[in-house]
Design a protein around this ligand. Structure first.
Ligand SMILES: C[S@@+](CC[C@H](N)C(=O)[O-])C[C@H]1O[C@@H](n2cnc3c(N)ncnc32)[C@H](O)[C@@H]1O
Length: 235
């Protein structure tokens, strides 16, 4: 599953440049017995199989470089994955992601091995691989040099606690719908101000919860927000 994901696009380029080094480890390499079994039936009965703690622990212990390495168990029960986690892990020398399958991973892995359990949303995937890919991709974007223009990451949604501003490209008129005039003006200061205002307006309309987070807004942002709120009341 990881071949296509790691073998193309920005992540492949980042790996080729030595900016990231993403390794996939097969739990079966740490399994014992002829069948290299990694899962077993749940104690207490019931449907499905559970990943055994032994191979998972051995696999982590075989690659963990220091006791500080975050060991992340992907699980629907985990804390919601956020941009803050992505930024923090991008600064780590190593991050280990444990990917579950079937009914999940033996509870003792979460209790005694993982340093954090993380969910990518309130839904259940058949396996942790797509969740791992989400985390890898989001973390890699914060590794300096991975995304061409560092500025674009800094202005992306959530990075500054706001949603992104709208983007337009050619044609100037598409099916009767034009482009905001300011973007064609060539006045960079005006364009920057418009973008910031749009980002604030989008955030206020779509994700007001972000504005009551712990990221302080600048005085200029507060003025813009007041203007936007006033306009919304009037309309
Ligand atoms: C079928 S799920 C297990 C679901 C589990 N029995 C439950 O109801 O919470 C198998 C694996 O997929 C991964 N997974 C599924 N949904 C996920 C999510 N929303 N976030 C992160 N990982 C998820 C986890 O690694 C999990 O162990």
């Amino acid at each position: 599953m990881f071949g296509g994901f790691l073998g193309a696009g920005i992540l492949k380029k980042a790996a080729d440049k030595g900016l990231v080094d993403i390794r996939v480890h097969d739990l079966r390499e740490q399994a014992e017995g002829k069948h290299r079994q990694v899962d077993d039936r749940p104690f207490g009965g019931g449907e499905g199989m559970v990943l055994m703690p032994g191979p998972v622990c051995k696999a982590v212990e075989a690659v963990r470089e220091t006791a500080e390495t975050p060991v992340v168990l992907l699980s629907p029960l985990g804390r919601m994955f956020t941009v803050d986690m992505a930024q923090a892990w991008a600064g780590c020398r190593q991050v280990i992601l444990i990917c579950g399958r079937y009914e999940g991973v033996d509870e003792r892995v979460g209790l005694h091995l993982a340093t954090v359990e993380v969910s990518i949303g309130d839904y259940v995937l058949t396996g942790g691989e797509p969740a791992d890919m989400v985390v890898i991709d989001a973390v890699a974007r914060f590794v300096p040099g991975v995304v061409g223009k560092a500025g674009s990451v800094a202005h992306d949604s959530f990075a500054e606690g706001l949603l992104d501003c709208p983007h337009y490209t050619r044609p100037r008129v598409f099916r009767g719908h034009g482009v905001p005039e300011v973007l064609l003006s060539g006045d960079h200061a005006r364009i920057e101000r418009w973008r910031r205002r749009q980002a604030l307006a989008k955030t206020l309309a779509l994700r007001p919860d972000l504005l009551i987070g712990d990221r302080p807004l600048s005085a200029e942002d507060r003025v813009l927000l007041d203007e936007i709120r006033k306009e919304r009341k009037e309309s």
